[in-house]
Write a protein that binds this ligand. Structure first.
Ligand code: RM4
Ligand code: MN
Ligand code: MN
Length: 416
């Protein structure tokens, strides 16, 4: 879009939605921040793509920080980077190390970044019997210890948010008592809450399935909430887009948690691809989720949720993929900002179902909000199209060259 097109676009949106609403949408996009995951930049590949390894992948946390800093430079929206304890703060993938986290914090700051949410890693070597739910006490102890350390890192070095995702569950009916897995998890969380500072917010993630599983311990938002309640008042629920049945109404879960004043967080990725594989695309569902987040004051306000991109697909260019996600989130936010709630409520009061639906979708689906997003970027002197700016920058060929030459300490090589 040219400057002229942006201005005409804004004028036409002003005429349709009102100047104030459009201005607020521009401001919201300018201020919007989302965390990016360190693991998107790493090797994380394999699966059905065989041994495909993304060219120029970051080999350790410091190279991941370099990539994240470049993404932030182009988008101005992602100064916080989420980390995984055993991928990013460990020399052996078995134990976390506080001193490495201190070093990583410094390295992040020197690149204009901050550490975001800290994710204890429950799914690497030794997790085949689960983590916090394991019937093997030694295994439970090991993961409890890692979580307490992650809590300390969150408290002292990051944004004081600890996000827990457990792969725990069972593969066959009868393999293990379902209620035992639940009570083991509750017991582990109690020990963790006694040893993690109250200033740390703990967000518990759920996932309805894992390939090959018969049961997952934390299958849905209700299970996550139960666990959060057993942890204490600092805990809440973390929604991950890709962790649901296709038919789940995710925006309703957002509304429910906000309405009940439960601490919340959101991992953005794609719905149709199971799990956290793909980039966020601008679509009606994401726009509706943003409508709930905006309405509930969860993006900027006092009830701020922890918003993070969680994706790790390996076939596409991963830096482009994460920038694409940020772009899609900004578009969805702009759409949500266009809904005039007062007028919508009038239709609702009159029980004009179709009119309410058309009015809602006019903003969330039909409006072309690119002029809003571009104007926000213009105001911040950022490239209008950050994916294109990445392509033009030559960064990809630079990292491909540099990262194939340098000798790295194999211990610090990304294990992702
Ligand atoms: C899990 C979950 C977690 C993420 C890991 C990598 O499926 O979504 O949030 O940290 O993947
Ligand atoms: Mn997630
Ligand atoms: Mn996931």
């Amino acid at each position: 879009m040219t400057e002229k097109q942006i201005e005409y676009g804004i004028e036409s949106l002003n005429l349709e939605f009102g100047k104030e609403i459009v201005n607020n949408a521009v401001k919201a996009v300018e201020e919007f921040k989302v965390e990016v995951p360190s693991w998107i930049f790493g090797k994380f590949g394999g699966g059905r793509f065989g041994d495909f390894i993304p060219p120029g992948y970051a080999r350790n946390i410091f190279e991941k920080l370099d990539d994240a800093a470049f993404v932030n430079k182009l988008t101005g929206a992602s100064e916080q980077i989420a980390t995984h304890t055993l991928w990013d703060f460990s020399t052996d993938g078995l134990e976390g190390c506080y001193d490495i986290a201190v070093e990583v914090k410094k390295a992040a700051e020197s690149r204009g970044l901050k550490l975001g949410s800290i994710n204890p890693t429950y799914f690497l070597t030794g997790s085949h019997t689960g983590s916090l739910s394991s019937y093997n006490e030694k295994v439970r102890e090991r993961y409890i210890e890692q979580t307490i350390l992650s809590g300390k890192i969150a408290d002292e070095l990051s944004n004081k948010i600890l996000t827990l995702w457990l792969p725990d569950g069972s593969n066959y009916p009868g393999q293990i008592e379902l209620d035992k897995l639940i009570s083991n998890t509750i017991d582990s969380l109690k020990i963790i809450s006694e040893n993690v500072s109250n200033s740390v917010k703990v967000l518990i993630e759920y996932k309805v399935f894992e390939p090959g599983t018969y049961s997952t311990v934390l299958a849905d938002w209700g299970s996550a909430l139960m666990m959060a309640q057993s942890y204490g008042p600092n805990a809440g629920v973390l929604i991950d887009m890709g962790h649901h049945y296709h038919s789940t109404n995710i925006e309703q879960i957002v509304a429910r948690l906000i309405n009940s004043k439960i601490h919340g967080g959101f991992h953005f990725n794609t719905r149709y691809a199971a799990d956290d594989d793909h980039s966020v695309e601008p679509n009606p569902e994401i726009a509706r989720i943003f409508y709930e987040l905006v309405k509930g004051d969860a993006i900027f306000g006092s009830n701020k949720w922890d918003l993070m991109i969680d994706q790790c697909s390996s076939r596409e260019n991963r830096i482009q993929a994460v920038i694409h996600s940020i772009d899609s989130l900004q578009i969805s936010l702009a759409k949500a900002m266009l809904v005039d709630k007062k007028r919508l409520m009038e239709y609702q009061k009159e029980d004009s179902i179709i009119l309410a639906n058309r009015f809602f979708n006019n903003a969330l689906i039909l409006a072309d909000v690119r002029p809003i997003v571009y104007k926000a970027r213009n105001n911040k002197k950022l490239p209008l199209d950050p994916v294109e700016a990445f392509v033009q920058s030559g960064y990809q060929s630079e990292i491909e060259k540099e990262r194939s030459n340098k000798n790295l300490n194999p211990v610090l090589e990304s294990r992702s």
